[in-house]
Design a protein around this ligand. Structure first.
Ligand SMILES: Cc1ncc(COP(=O)(O)O)c(C=O)c1O
Length: 431
């Protein structure tokens, strides 16, 4: 499908929606994360289109680890979505943003007793369980509280999603989920535990997947297993297919043209069809399907704006040193991720070099060994596709305050997270 990115040049100056980047920098400073509300909502709407006519059998739980500012979560809630969470902190955020706990799935390999208790008190929709020990712990706590915890087991389908090894999660060598061979035994044990109510089975095979076929393989393997589990007298009402749909990181994209991206609506319909086809033959049962998209909602809605402080050349290498660093956007350092660098001033030519930050690490780069805009000192650079796993993976490394966050809609903009102050950085330290 074709879609328009929320960036344009007017009189050679970059705008996000209808707000000039220069105005955003004047109002809030740099480094700065900016999100397009309209683009973010359009992605939620595209997913929602995929469930038209199947409202009762499909649910969306935003993979909020991708980007979880309260203002973004409000948009998520406004479209009827729930959330996929991985910590008590994320549950707390959901409650503050008005996300219905009945639409929350709690994933993750290391849920603490405290987090489990909190989620049970909050009456969330589902615990996605990742080990036998976790299952027993949940049962014990739920029984102590006089409750039955709704659970699904996350199965590791041993499918190669052909993505970066750090964001591949559905192979035997990854820490996630429970092996196929152990699954039936675990469901049998779950059925015997006093604090467990079995509801679902699921997988999440990885992130930034541009090819749907690995989902088909994972879904077919999971359903085969589900049929074996049901043959043992244990009913499963829901299939959770995780998140993972990828985005275009604009490497070869002409920004004046619409973007060609995988269509979330087509993706949802395709998965629904694969699951229902495989199921219809074997069980005839209509199961609810849960999707947990994160990156494909938030990724291209967000931008990191930074000022070029200095230019310098070491031998034949050209460096543009800017005021954003790996503590603001970790993805390039962590997985050599590509982010498109866009000049605020369209009239800049191009120059080969590195865009780097002030952090004291050679691994501190935002773009390395690439054709970049020929930035002059004081220019503004914009890193695109930074809405997912961007701000959220930020840190205070080198005692750097985290960036401010701003939401843009049409010609309006509002601060949704203040820039951290030096005092806040030291707030919890004791002398
Ligand atoms: C269980 C689970 N669900 C959903 C997601 C969101 O994935 P993505 O942002 O690739 O859509 C993740 C990401 O790691 C995950 O682990």
């Amino acid at each position: 499908m074709k879609e328009n990115l929320p960036v344009t040049y007017t009189d050679h100056r970059l705008h996000i929606e209808d707000v000039s980047v220069a105005e955003l920098v004047r109002s809030y400073g740099t480094p700065l994360y900016v999100y397009s509300a309209s683009y973010f909502e359009s992605r939620l709407d595209l997913y929602n289109r995929g469930k038209e006519g199947k409202e009762d059998s499909i649910q969306f739980c935003y993979g909020m680890k991708a980007s979880s500012n309260l203002a973004l979560l409000r948009l998520v809630a406004s479209r009827g979505w729930g959330a996929d969470i991985v910590s008590g902190g994320e549950l707390f955020r959901c409650q503050k943003a008005g996300i219905d706990p009945k639409k929350i799935v709690f994933s993750g390999v290391g849920k603490t007793e405290e987090e489990i208790r909190y989620a049970l008190e909050s009456e969330i929709h589902l615990f996605s369980v990742e080990s036998p020990s976790e299952l027993r712990t949940i049962s014990r706590i739920a029984a102590e509280m006089g409750k039955k915890a709704p659970v699904g087991i996350r199965i590791n389908p041993d499918v190669d999603p052909k993505t970066h090894p750090y964001i591949s999660t559905g192979l035997k060598e990854n820490k996630f989920g429970i092996g196929h061979d152990q699954a039936l035994e675990i469901y049998k044990e779950a059925a015997s535990l006093p604090g467990i109510q079995i509801k679902a089975a699921g997988f999440h095979i990885g992130s930034q997947l541009l090819d749907f076929s690995s989902y088909e393989e994972a879904a077919r393997r999971l359903l085969k297993l589900v049929h074996e589990i049901e043959a043992a007298g244990i009913s499963i009402d829901e299939i959770d297919v995780g998140g993972g749909l990828g985005i275009d990181y604009l490497e070869n994209h002409d920004l004046s043209q619409p973007l060609e991206t995988p269509d979330p609506a087509a993706f949802v319909k395709q998965i629904w069809q694969w699951i229902n086809e495989s199921d219809a033959n074997a069980s005839g049962k209509k199961r609810k399907i849960t999707f947990e998209p994160g990156r494909s909602v938030a990724g291209n809605s967000g931008f990191l704006i930074t000022r070029v402080l200095y230019r310098k050349s070491n031998e034949d290498r050209q460096f543009f040193i800017c005021d954003a660093a790996m503590n603001d956007l970790l993805r390039p350092s962590l997985y050599q991720a590509y982010h498109r660098v866009i000049p605020e001033n369209q009239s800049r030519g191009s120059s080969f070099g590195d865009l780097v930050g002030p952090v004291c690490e050679s691994g501190d780069f935002l773009a390395r060994g690439r054709e970049l805009p020929d930035f002059q000192e004081g220019d503004i650079a914009v890193l695109a596709s930074a809405g997912a796993y961007g701000f959220i993976m930020g840190s205070n490394y080198n005692t750097r305050p985290r960036a401010a966050e701003v939401l843009v809609r049409g010609n309006e903009h509002s601060l949704i997270r203040k820039r951290e102050t030096y005092d806040q950085l030291l707030e919890n330290e004791l002398l």
